[in-house]
Ligand binder design. Sequence first.
Ligand code: PHE
Length: 367
Amino acid sequence: MTRPDIDGAAGLDEFIATVRELEASSAQLLSRAGDVEALAEAKRDSLGKRSKLAGLNAVLGKLSAEQRREAGAVLNEARSRLEELASARSVELESAERSRRAEAERVDLTEVLARPSGAPLGAFDRRRGHLNLVTQTRDELEDVFVSMGFAVAEGPEAETDWYNFEALNMPPAHPARGMWDTLYLKLGEPETVLLRTHTSPVQIRLMEAKQLPIYAVMPGRCYRRDTPDARHLPVFHQIEGLVVDKGITFGDMAGTIEEFTSAFFGEGMHSRLRPSFFPFTEPSAEFEVTCPICGGSGCRTCSGSGWIELGGCGMVDPNVFEAVGIDPEVYSGFAFGFGIDRLAQVRQGLPDMRALLDNDIRFLTQF
Ligand code: PHE
């Protein structure tokens, strides 16, 4: 700033011009301040005790009384306009700062820190969860079977003794009923209504409907009076398969299971059957698949055998056909069933199945 000439009218004009210049440059400084600290500094520079504007107070004293009145008014107006500008800018900056902080410190307790399945590790989607591993596995199984020409069917979880046992060739007091630890419901006569112990009752429901031929899979929840441990859950999931048509053979069953195994687990994965017993199939077998953890070379999961037992299967017993009114001389068929949770456990190498129910977000977000 050049000191204004304090003598005469020229002195006043120059003073006023200086005030205007200072006001303009200070206004720019204040409105450009990007945050609260920068604004405080701009305020100090424009309006503080050592500012050029404050320096003009000293000059005022050197003007004539008349000039001083006018010059003082101009100076005061400029100062109060700048103060207003500064406080308006301060309101703006503080509210921006508040919303920035609120966003940074936001805690949403309903938020699931989940990685969308298939996304690379570390790619977290902060707003969306995803399906549980068991549901994902069921969906994948359905996809594979649908691609092989099967339909998907469902049945009730609360069943009668007839569907869960009797029609499946297990008359009352049949010792094979002991294969399943049953939870009965307090409904009707004692031990007549129960929580299904397997998905096999849906076989009966489909066959009773008699829309032949049948090529269907039936996924769903099952219940057994089991104490939860690393390999058992009292509430679990199975998927049942049923084929009923003319001329269906054991070879068709073995081929279907083999086809499923490589479609679901991948090329190079195989299946094998071992003799077993189920009341509703004859002959019956247990089917095993190549251990998905070691690929068949033998590891801890498969106890060194290279194979993992997955489920049961067999040719539909003629007694079952008779119970539902299908002529076993005309039709034949096969059925299979296995645990979806067990499958997920084996495939992912989960040491303890209970993790599927714990709802620990650190576990669930891995799948
Ligand atoms: N329902 C049997 C089980 O839960 C499995 C099975 C299904 C066996 C179909 C044979 C045929 O153990």
